[in-house]
Ligand binder design. Sequence first.
Ligand code: G3H
Ligand code: 13P
Ligand code: ZN
Length: 322
Amino acid sequence: MALVTTTEMFKKAYNGGYAVGAFNVNNMEIVQGITEACREEHAPVILQVSKGARAYANNTYLIKLVEAAVIECPDIPIALHLDHGPDFETCKSCIDSGFTSVMIDASSQSFEKNIEITKQVVEYAHAHGVVVEAELGTLAGVEDDVQVAAEDSSYTKASDVQEFVERTGCDSLAIAIGTSHGAYKFKPEQCTRNDKGVLVPPPLRFDILKDVAQRLPGFPIVLHGSSSVPQDFVKLINENGGKMPDAIGIPEYELREAAKLAVCKINIDSDIRIAMTGSIRQYMAEHPDKFDPREYLKPARANIKELVRHKLIDVLGCAGKA
Ligand code: G3H
Ligand code: 13P
Ligand code: ZN
């Protein structure tokens, strides 16, 4: 199967009460770990590339890696998506080079400016058979070179979404309901401890999600900043020379609930990075004499694969849906 857009994926996900995983890719091992899990679990998948990924790996290399995954996984739908497109030119460049989906993130602009920029991207994208994700509301955290402090983040106003979608013509919408980018989503003092002593962050704003869904029936909603920051890998990092104190993510049961509602795409990047880093640190600590990258990247790739398998089955609910 050739690369696909997300249109069919989202229709099925919305009606089936699950979400498709959108995983950021930056190198070959990450592409392989993700897509091998999706192939084995018969799951549709969105491979997404940020501005930072394009700067690091080069757009052509990333496209060719994703094309290789399409060849290796002929039975599952794969979409190639631009994550957090900062402007029209970047979106155009991705559309022209074969991406099937782009995000234009003008969420830091005024409502009117966001509409104007998004509409311009939608017109170009739709003319080329490409779909567009837009964003309304601001997430906290770090993405590319943009850092948004928690106090400057803002939940999506449900009353704005209908007008925004109608005037822009976007195909899916990322909303802010309390998720945030990176591995440090919450301060410990914002959290409470459950009976097992685990820190639990403030709950996501499901009231906003439900309100949005009611105003946009059948319309696919996207959640960014949805890594759960797996504590076993954080421990592995900290036990092997790393220092990631107070790394806290979104509880997976909340994401499972969101996937049953209007959320059709859930973005996961930090968890992959944490799994990869934990694996490499452990390997390095246990094998100080080794210097072959293939030896330490092999367990890293295997752990990414198992992490993604777990997400597909237990969090997104999209295993078996390809
Ligand atoms: O939302 C941001 C993604 O995690 C991409 O991160 O900009 O470091 O590639 P990056
Ligand atoms: P995380 O940092 O929570 O993995 O979020 C990734 C993301 O939203 C990519 O756009
Ligand atoms: Zn994001």
